[in-house]
Design a protein around this ligand. Structure first.
Ligand code: NAP
Ligand code: GDD
Length: 336
């Protein structure tokens, strides 16, 4: 049985990756942060049938800002694979907490890589790198495109990217960067634009909300479906040689188009409900991210399956169902 350690297991990608690894027979160790209220809701699907957490999923309290907790986990678990998904992952928030973002999204990667090096265990390492690193470099972006980050978050991810490459070159660690373009689902955090839209559409359609306030509607993103993207992470660590890969759909749409499609799903005209406010704009914006994932297709055999319209419809449908369940008092939370 293989053992994996996943940081950020309570996040969108962490929850899908756990499901994938458990389905492949792994023993999975995940880190969660101490919180004053339950923060494991995204892991509920795997616990629902049993009524409790599966035996081969172990959760540990840890913080990426705390070297000791990271080093101890790597030394004690001696995992075959580490997936470093934990991060302060919100671009707009990184302008408000730049130093914290540099630490948790940047320097923490060195904490993990050093722990691997010091342990001497032949652990394979996945770094959650981001298309935000390309920033203002025009699309299409691939593995050879120069980085020009436009936020403290993007800057921190560039640091982590190069730390991963450096530990691969310096110490021969099997360390790979997945340069993932935006990927979404109904488990997406509620303050990222797609989920903010799908939730608002559902609440407006069900009579709980009257308008949706957004920032820059012209921004263009390459949005894929998250469960497919965690499959790519796993594939990278199954390769003989570590390497870096862009994961994207290659299809581009603006925030405006996302909103239009989401409101259309419930037969509403988006223009009647959406207004913009500068408070949701960023000090420096990334105008357009469109990925070229041909290397991943060629080497990993990975390709996206879900179209833009399918993604939008799925997210809106899930949120409509959640609002209805909430209305009917059907939502039962379980702590795992
Ligand atoms: P997410 O939903 O925001 O999850 C981030 C995870 O990191 C959560 O489990 C969070 O814990 C944890 N975390 C935050 N601060 C931490 C700290 N100080 N110590 C330990 N854990 C901490 O993000 P995601 O969408 O799943 O993305 C996963 C990774 O991929 C992130 O590194 C993100 O930057 C990167 N990425 C994402 C995308 C995308 O489109 N989703 C694209 C490219 C790269 P809490 O639940 O307690 O907050
Ligand atoms: N969040 C948010 N809220 N974004 C808005 C809004 C709003 O009200 N209105 C417009 N936008 C625009 C942002 O300015 C940005 O151009 C775009 O919508 C997408 O914003 P987010 O959904 O917050 O995602 P992101 O692209 O900044 O970052 C996400 O993708 C990166 C990969 O490219 C995050 O998941 C990052 O962690 C990830 O690395």
């Amino acid at each position: 049985m293989k053992t994996a350690l996943v940081t950020g297991v309570t996040g969108q990608d962490g929850s899908y990756l756990v499901e994938l690894l458990l389905s492949k027979g792994y023993e999975v160790h995940g880190t969660k942060r101490r919180s004053s209220s339950f923060n494991t809701s995204r892991l509920e699907d795997i616990s629902r049938e049993l009524g409790h957490r599966p035996d081969n999923l172990v959760l540990h309290y840890a913080d990426l800002a705390d070297s000791a907790s990271i080093t101890n986990l790597v030394r004690d678990i001696r995992p075959d694979e580490i997936y470093n998904l934990g991060a302060q992952s919100h671009v707009a928030v990184s302008f408000a907490v730049p130093e914290y973002t540099a630490d948790v999204t940047g320097v923490s990667t060195i904490r993990l890589l050093e722990a691997i090096r010091a342990s001497g265990v032949p652990t394979r390492f996945y770094q959650a790198s981001s298309s935000e690193m390309f920033g203002s470099t025009p699309p299409p972006q691939n593995e050879s495109t120069p980085f020009h980050p436009r936020s403290p978050y993007g800057v921190a991810k560039v640091y982590s990217y190069w730390a991963t490459v450096n530990y691969r070159e310096a110490y021969g660690i099997h360390a790979s960067n997945g340069i993932l373009f935006n990927h979404e689902s109904h488990r997406r955090g509620e303050t990222f634009v797609t989920r903010k839209i799908s939730r608002a559409v559902a609440r407006i359609a069900e009579g709980f909300q009257s308008e949706l306030v957004l920032g820059n509607l012209d921004a263009v993103r390459d949005w894929g479906y998250a469960p497919e993207y965690v499959e790519a992470m796993w594939l990278m660590l199954q390769q003989e040689t570590a390497d870096d890969y862009v994961i994207a759909t290659g299809e581009a749409h603006s925030v405006r188009e996302f909103a239009q499609a989401a409101f259309a799903r419930v037969n509403l005209d988006w223009e009647k409900f959406v207004r913009t406010d500068a408070r949701y704009e960023r000090p420096s914006e990334v105008d357009a991210l469109i990925g070229d994932a041909s290397k991943a297709r060629r080497v990993l055999g990975w390709k996206p399956q879900t179209s833009f319209v399918e993604l939008v419809n799925r997210m809106v449908d899930e949120d409509v169902q959640s609002v209805r369940d909430e209305k009917a008092g059907k939502l039962v939370r379980i702590d795992i």
